[in-house]
Design a protein around this ligand. Sequence first.
Ligand code: AMP
Ligand code: DBH
Length: 527
Amino acid sequence: MWPDEFAKLYRERGYWTGQTLHDLLDESARKHPERTAIVDRNRRITYGELEHNVGRLAAGLDELGIRAGDRVVVQLPNVAEYFDVIFALFRLGALPVFALPAHRAAEIGYFVEHTEAVAFVTTDVYDGFDHRTLTNRTAVIVAGEPGEGQVALAGLYRDEPYTDDGPEPQDLAFLQLSGGSTGLPKLIPRTHDDYLYSVRASAEICELTPESAYLVVLPVAHNFPMSSPGVLGVLHAGGTVVLSTTPDPAVVFPLIERERVTIAALVPPLALVWLDAARSTTNDLSSLEVLQVGGAKLLDTVAARVRPTLGCTLQQVFGMAEGLVNYTRLDDGDDLILHTQGRPISPDDEVRVVDDHDVPVTDGTVGHLLTRGPYTIRGYWRADEHNRVAFTEDGFYRTGDLVRQDERGYLTVEGRAKDQINRGGEKIAAEEIEDHLLTHPAVHDAAVVAVPDPYLGERSCAFIVLKEGAETPRLPHIKQHLRDRGLATYKIPDRLRVVESFPQTGVGKTSRRELRAVLQKLADQKG
Ligand code: AMP
Ligand code: DBH
């Protein structure tokens, strides 16, 4: 949490306004109850209906025994019920823990145990996978057909809404996930006050209005489509959230035409797919005003195709669930929009670009990005040891990104110093995968690095050293071993390479980081 003098400053400057996330919905429902808040593949829901359903569901969740401060792991695809669930939890002051649909038993089990969750809210079968089987360590609430001993979400809506007091604005609102770089995923504690500031300021930067229609194709619980300005920004502005369970242009382009979508958020690989498909589409995409691209570095050559092909403004978004979000502004010139990842939301976002010894570098020089500010966390949830390395003593978050800052304050991402693979916006912590690989009986040692990929930007490559005398396992078996351990599919290494031994990386104790750097070169050479 922020030291008192910072909290005081952020309130004085009007960033923290003393609102909760539930107040955001309340306010919009009061202002325009008849406007459409959510459209999904089955339903259209007005602000008035959403508010009403949230109150009724909060009453049912309260009856189940869910209390303020309790953690509830939420894993839902892009469906309207997601909004009932998260706002009902906000209403109670219970904390959603935002899992992604791609997560499997390894991740969900960890979230449930680490957060001591009182419930897991999920779907029945989605994308061919049965989510009801992911954990039996807590109460399972299913949006759909529940399994034995599980609770149907649909049965939890009471006639009368919940009326007790809600949480305080300075309270934690939820736990968001970090892509991370160490063994186990870290959880990011965000307060109502700090998150709402980033949402309101983002809605303004992106010029959202009640006429805005925002298309969600990325997983709705991810921090980018949630808050930059995301679904919360749209609900704050009184616009319409249009949910799609697929990013496929064959489905989504007709949806853009039908709903007159004005703004959409993509990761770079999807931007490429859309740009290619747009050349031959018969759909009318002329309602699109802004295409946001973020989550991973967008190539200049792809950036340059957005306006000519889609006829809309590109907005680059460089953000992180830990806080800091940078945007190119809609009226910036092409020099900024095509070649930078934007500048911070807030005049009080403090950005430091430093060398390996934390000494600031001069403008235009590449260095490590450190940041602190009114919506950037001061520590991960229950992770004291990790926090000592992930934050400076004076509270700056070490992003692990290598950036350049120009004299106007705009940032360009030049690389990364953290042990992470950014697979088209999906982050993979090298150490987490290595730890899983080491559980295979034939594996003596493992190191996971990124390899360049023309479509995803990066893919993952695992180098393994076999145990002496171990029979060489077939590589598909090793991948299967990781799947059997319940690892999300995007974390399964794209490539596996068996090597005799790992290179020596200097004197004394082998540094994992140096080792990965050496293997990275090997991977780059051989492609
Ligand atoms: P996370 O901390 O898991 O929320 O992931 C945030 C990270 O994603 C950042 O620290 C960057 O490494 C990466 N990232 C997000 N947006 C961009 C972008 N526009 N360009 C390059 N990297 C990005
Ligand atoms: O990658 C991210 O985590 C991200 C990207 C853009 C993010 O959290 C955000 C905007 O808010």
